[in-house]
Design a binder for this molecule. Structure first.
Ligand SMILES: [Zn+2]
Length: 466
């Protein structure tokens, strides 16, 4: 069937009453329904809107709150973390820097102090200079380094300086502070060789020594020098040589710290000594003597007669120089008082030790390092006692004294080393350690000559050793 819309439109041109009422009812119903629907929709929409709004607001608020909280927390956390990190970093950096700085300062100060101390100690020769170098190096190290660095540098510097000073002392040229005026036929080399060997045996050295070694001729007469036990010999030196020698002594005195003092007393001390030496030189004195002109200033005089062998010359030289090396001969006070007592130890110990050590050194100088020197000491003491009797204070005192020291050694009263290195004569042990009133020392004085000859060698008798 075909649709035909023109006929429907034509039918609407005239509306009946029924239709109108229906239309009204429809309109009413529609209006009501619309109103209801609208009211419902509005309510629903409002509820929805409210719900939506609330939800949105909540979300927004939550978001804002979260954002704020996050921002705050982040800020706080960041601040805390930054502060902590900064603090840690600063602490670490400071500690590291301090350690680095300390290490650098220590290394630098030590290196500088060591270099300076080494350089100075190497170029300077006296103990004073070494002490100065040590002090300077220590002062610099203190200024530049931390306490640790200073301690290390000081320890190192001191140790190095000490080692160097010790090496230098060992390596010092021979015969330091010894001036030799040699007019004898014996060579300077042989004199130096014997004194160098003797000096090497000593525990320590203090004195400044000048030695006048000169020839004399044949014996003219016994004695002749009032107050001095010297014989008169023919004079061999010319007056020019005597003037020359005494002029050298005068110049040496003037440079000496004690004899050369700028005072009336020192001047007259020099003149008196020079005048005495002139008397001996011009008079042909057969002198073998050591003069202690100041506590640490010594003059050795040895006249060499024509018949002397090199051995005889060396022995006398070593004997007199041992006296020059004895450090306590001018000690005053109780030492002086006791050394002036009738039963004093001083004379025989001072002379006996010079003879003992000179005999020992001479043997070694001649290539004999055996104990033959003991046999020789006892032989000479035996001969001396046969000639002069058993008294220890007489012309043979050096020989008797050496035997007495030997007896002390064998009886365990004395260490031989103290005689060899002359340390027995550092602090007046001869009177202050060994009391001459004691039974031990009385026994020694009375028994030194109890020597017997057995199988060609000389020994103390059993009576001396019991
Ligand atoms: Zn002597």
């Amino acid at each position: 069937m075909l649709a035909c819309s023109s006929s429907d439109t034509e039918n609407q041109t005239s509306i009946p009453a029924t239709t109108q009422a229906a239309t009204q009812a429809t309109t009413q119903a529609t209006t009501q329904a619309t109103a209801q629907a609208t009211a419902q929709a509005t309510a629903q929409a409002t509820t929805q809107a409210t719900t939506q709004t609330t939800t949105q607001a909540t979300v927004q608020a939550t978001n804002q709150a979260t954002a704020q909280a996050t921002a705050q927390a982040t800020a706080q956390a960041t601040t805390q973390a930054t502060t902590q990190a900064t603090a840690q970093a600063t602490t670490q950096t400071t500690t590291q820097a301090t350690v680095q700085a300390t290490n650098q300062a220590t290394a630098q100060a030590t290196a500088q102090a060591t270099t300076q101390a080494t350089a100075q100690a190497t170029t300077q020769t006296t103990t004073q200079a070494t002490v100065q170098a040590t002090n300077q190096a220590t002062a610099q190290a203190t200024a530049q380094a931390t306490t640790q660095a200073t301690t290390q540098a000081t320890t190192q510097t001191t140790t190095q300086a000490t080692v160097q000073a010790t090496n230098q002392a060992t390596a010092q040229p021979p015969l330091s502070n010894i001036t030799i005026l040699n007019y004898t036929k014996f060579s300077d080399d042989s004199i130096n060789e014997s004194l160098k060997l003797q000096e090497s045996k000593l525990a320590s050295r203090k004195s400044s020594i000048i030695a006048l070694l000169f020839p004399v001729g044949v014996l003219k007469s016994e004695g002749g020098f009032s107050g001095s036990p010297f014989n008169t010999m023919e004079v061999v030196l010319t007056s020019t040589q005597i003037d020359e020698m005494l002029s050298s002594v005068e110049q040496w005195f003037e440079k000496d710290s004690c004899m050369g003092k700028d005072s009336e007393e020192a001047y007259w001390g020099r003149q008196e000594a020079l005048s005495e030496y002139r008397t001996w030189l011009e008079g042909g004195a057969d002198v073998a003597s050591m003069r202690g002109v100041c506590p640490e200033t010594r003059v050795v005089l040895v006249a060499a007669p024509p018949e002397w062998t090199l051995s005889a010359f060396h022995y006398t030289l070593l004997h007199e120089f041992y006296h020059a090396f004895q450090q306590d001969l001018e000690t005053e006070g109780l030492c002086r008082q006791r050394s002036e007592m009738p039963n004093k130890n001083t004379v025989w110990m001072v002379e006996g030790a010079a003879h003992y050590q000179a005999t020992w050194v001479l043997k070694e100088l001649q290539g004999d390092t055996s104990s033959n020197y003991i046999d020789e000491i006892l032989l000479e003491a035996y001969n001396g006692s046969q000639e002069n009797g058993p008294i220890i204070y007489d012309n043979a005192t050096p020989l008797a004294g050496a035997a007495a020291l030997r007896l002390m050694i064998q009886r365990g009263l004395l260490a031989e080393q103290a005689v060899f290195d002359a340390s027995l004569f550092h602090s007046c042990d001869r009177e202050l350690v060994y009391n001459s009133d004691d039974a031990d020392m009385t026994f020694i004085r009375n028994s030194w000559h109890l020597i017997t000859k057995t199988d060609g060698s000389y020994k103390f008798s059993s009576q001396a050793l019991q």
